[in-house]
Design a protein around this ligand. Structure first.
Ligand SMILES: Nc1nc2c(c(=O)[nH]1)N[C@H]1C(S)=C(S)[C@@H](COP(=O)(O)O)O[C@H]1N2
Ligand SMILES: [Mo]
Length: 221
């Protein structure tokens, strides 16, 4: 079935190789972390006004009526939502800056969606849950600690600047974790799994850092 996570497609091998090489070469590291967030722009970043598109090249076309979000794993109450059900959850407007490891940052993005906290309150993580694994419709995976996902600025967003998030940027729904480099923010998200043991995702197993704090230059492992 097209767009199903199991339908693992041809990914852009050239792009993957060149980004993995950047990681191996430790490109863009300034050696001057800004842990106090003195500057709005994290070290080594450049501000852009456009919004570049970065992904593995598949860009699944997920029709709104086919989109599902499932949250499972170490939770008391595994749940799934259609887009209509998701839109009926409490909605939050949030403004955040985003920072891509390939050097661009974009300030003041206006998002609308459902906060991670709202979702976590509904599924109720078990005490053993410590990590969160995201899976997207293109097969992409990424991981963060549960405490990062539970931060009050984390959103599952369906709108950007007052319009539905476009297919190329991960619509119908994408994750937004603004405190980490943007590879942690899965586009076309469909599954969120709470687990006890960490599971590094697509880029984390190809030389990227397991965490990804832009102010600490956590670009590569
Ligand atoms: N599903 C999925 N999510 C993804 C990716 C991807 O390839 N597939 N790429 C990540 C990377 S490396 C970046 S930099 C951002 C880019 O988001 P954008 O294209 O909206 O700028 O998406 C992240 N989320
Ligand atoms: Mo990226």
């Amino acid at each position: 079935m097209a767009g199903d996570p199991s339908d693992f497609r041809e990914i852009n091998d050239k792009l993957v190789r060149s980004k993995a090489q950047w990681a191996a070469d430790k490109r863009l590291i300034t050696g001057r972390p800004d842990l106090g967030h003195v500057n709005r722009l994290p070290p080594g970043q450049k501000e852009v006004k456009t919004w570049p598109v970065l992904d593995l090249g598949a860009q699944p076309d997920v029709a709104p009526e086919r989109w599902r979000l499932r949250i499972g794993g170490l939770v008391e109450n595994p749940l799934h939502w259609t887009l209509q059900e998701f839109m009926a959850l409490p909605q939050l407007d949030f403004i955040s800056d985003i920072h891509c490891v390939t050097q661009w940052s974009r300030f003041d993005n206006h998002w609308r969606g459902v906060s991670a906290r709202t979702l976590l309150e509904l599924v109720k993580p078990k005490p053993e849950a410590a990590h969160v694994i995201f899976t997207a419709y293109d097969g992409y995976t990424t991981n963060v600690k549960l405490q990062v996902f539970a931060d009050d600025n984390v959103l599952l967003a369906h709108s950007w600047e007052g319009k539905p998030i476009s297919r190329e940027h991960g619509g119908p729904v994408r994750v937004v974790i603004p405190d980490w480099y943007l590879w942690k923010s899965a586009k076309w998200v469909t599954r969120i799994e709470l687990v006890a043991a960490d599971q590094p995702g697509f880029w984390e197993t190809r030389g990227y850092h397991n965490e990804g704090d832009p102010w600490n230059e956590e670009r590569y492992s």
